[in-house]
Design a protein around this ligand. Structure first.
Ligand code: UD1
Ligand code: CA
Length: 468
């Protein structure tokens, strides 16, 4: 784009209908704040800057936006905030951004609560603006109630009339203004300075600049799109939920397009990024958060929650498994089997062919190829060697009440059932620990260690009998 683009995102409104203490634009869709979606969309256009107009909850909003780099650039997109207090309308909101706008260039106006707008649509609008026209993004609404109507004369756009100011006849118009426009900076500044609040709401309407443009003989064009979801705003929890589902269905459709087999796209949620290899299968009710990668032929059973994890090719995650790598991440090796009902916590690193069964918790531990913990166990701060078999009910006692300590279980060790390995401790390679042992001292390779009360069997003992 030859003409530099400045983006103004309006985000000062209260969002009364959300009935929430959280500023509206910070409500989340697909795990990201509404406003963040808009910012993440506009960086793809490589604009000169983005100016966010804040008001309600300004401190919180300004602290929450994550700056992003434009594609191919290492520098972050300059993000400026201007405050609008009090909020006197959308025209007044854009007026606050005027000091940030150079004379030359084009301003793209967006709403912070319209999260699913796409970069391709905005590129089309900017092309229609072509550095000189006032370009309005419009859409036909089956029920246009509440929106500004596009009034045309002889086909050309003549004005936008807000619903509350519209005549009965104008209210019949289905083509509405989406809240998105592209306009040359110099003209925008001039038109903004001429706005009045002489209307039913006593507000400075940004949409009134259309009349001024027509008056000045400037060209006004409408870019009409078909895809309503892109311009749907969020004003209430119901609308947020509807848009969330629309977003998820789009994500699911994109993945299925790549060959991912999703059992039911209506029961599928990604709150972050999900990258899938070939022949991945995802059963119903799975939630993916943060950054998740699934290798080729990975299968995810029903009702799994998977966050910040990388799952290598051929691994199977059985139903009801909870994985959250948080900052450390979780790695599941090739062909590993996890669950049902397993829990992998930050720093769990499972090698190839590892088996983690039901009610097994793994935290900050490395398991080498072929290690198995199949039932009811805890491995925390442990290093587990190849082919180790870790018995049912066994735990690493990794915490002494003040500090965490490491447990090392060398290759080919067999830990019986119901053992307590009191860290720091090392179980030497090939060793065996008898069931029910509490191990407090490291063991030499190849030894059998038993640490429990000796069994006593008394012959001729008779059970007490009930008194008469
Ligand atoms: C606006 C348009 C309307 C359009 C509709 C599309 C005007 C006058 N009307 O209507 O033609 O059909 O959007 O959704 O522009 N905001 C501020 N400061 C303010 C007022 C609003 O920052 O003083 C922000 C809001 O937070 C919101 C956006 O501007 O993100 C739009 O405001 P909203 O009140 O929803 O506009 P509408 O009256 O619905
Ligand atoms: Ca609105």
């Amino acid at each position: 784009m030859a003409t530099p683009v400045d983006v103004v995102i309006m985000a000062a409104g209260k969002g009364t209908r959300m009935k929430s203490r959280l500023p509206k634009v910070l409500h989340r869709l697909g795990g990201r704040a509404l406003l963040q979606h808009v910012v993440d969309c506009v960086v793809q256009l490589s604009p000169r800057q983005a100016v966010v107009v804040t008001g309600h909850g300004a401190d919180q909003v300004e602290a929450s936006v994550m700056p992003r780099a434009t594609p191919g650039a290492t520098a972050l997109l300059p993000l400026n905030f201007v405050r609008q207090e009090p909020q006197l309308g959308t025209g007044h909101a854009v007026q606050q951004a005027v000091p940030c706008l150079p004379e030359e260039g084009v301003t793209l106006v967006l709403n912070g609560d319209v999260p699913l707008i796409e970069a391709a649509t905005l590129r089309g609008l900017l092309a229609d603006c072509d550095g000189k026209r006032l370009a309005l993004l419009t859409v036909d609404m089956p029920d246009p109630t509440g929106y500004g109507r596009i009034v045309r004369q002889g086909g050309a756009v003549h004005s936008i009339v807000e619903h509350k100011d519209a005549t009965e006849q104008q209210r019949e118009i289905r083509e509405i203004y989406t809240g998105v426009m592209a306009v040359p900076n110099a003209r925008l500044k001039n038109w903004l300075s001429r706005l009045s609040n002489d209307n039913s709401q006593g507000e400075y309407y940004l949409t009134d600049i259309v009349k001024l443009a027509v008056l000045d003989g400037a060209e006004v064009v409408a870019t009409r799109i078909m895809d309503k979801v892109q311009v749907d705003g969020v004003n209430s929890p119901v609308q947020l939920a509807e848009l969330e589902r629309a977003y998820q269905l789009r994500l699911a459709a994109g993945l299925m397009e790549q060959g991912v087999r999703i059992s039911d796209p209506a029961r599928f949620d990604v709150r972050g990024t999900l990258v899938c290899g070939q022949d991945v299968e995802i059963d119903v009710n799975c939630v993916f958060e943060g950054s998740v990668t699934l290798g080729d032929e990975v299968r995810i059973g029903a009702n799994c929650m998977i966050a910040n994890a990388s799952i290598a090719a051929g691994a199977v995650i059985h139903p009801f498994t909870h994985i959250d790598g948080e900052k450390l991440g979780v790695q599941v090796g090739e062909g590993a089997l996890v669950g049902p009902f397993a829990r992998l916590r930050p720093g769990a690193q499972l090698g190839p062919e590892v088996h983690i069964g039901n009610f097994v918790e793994v935290k900050n531990s490395t398991l080498a190829r072929g290690a198995k913990a199949n039932h009811l166990a805890y491995l925390g701060d442990a290093v587990v060697g190849e082919r180790v078999n870790y018995g049912a009910g066994s735990i690493t006692a990794n915490y002494d009440g003040a500090n965490k300590h490491r447990t090392v279980i060398e290759a080919d060790v067999h830990i019986g059932s119901n053992c307590v390995l009191v860290a720091p401790v090392t179980i030497g390679a090939g060793g065996t620990v008898g069931g029910g042992s509490t191990i407090t001292k490291s063991t030499a390779p190849g030894t059998l260690s038993v640490a429990r009360g000796k069994q006593v069997s008394l012959a001729g003992w008779s059970r007490p009998v009930k008194n008469k």
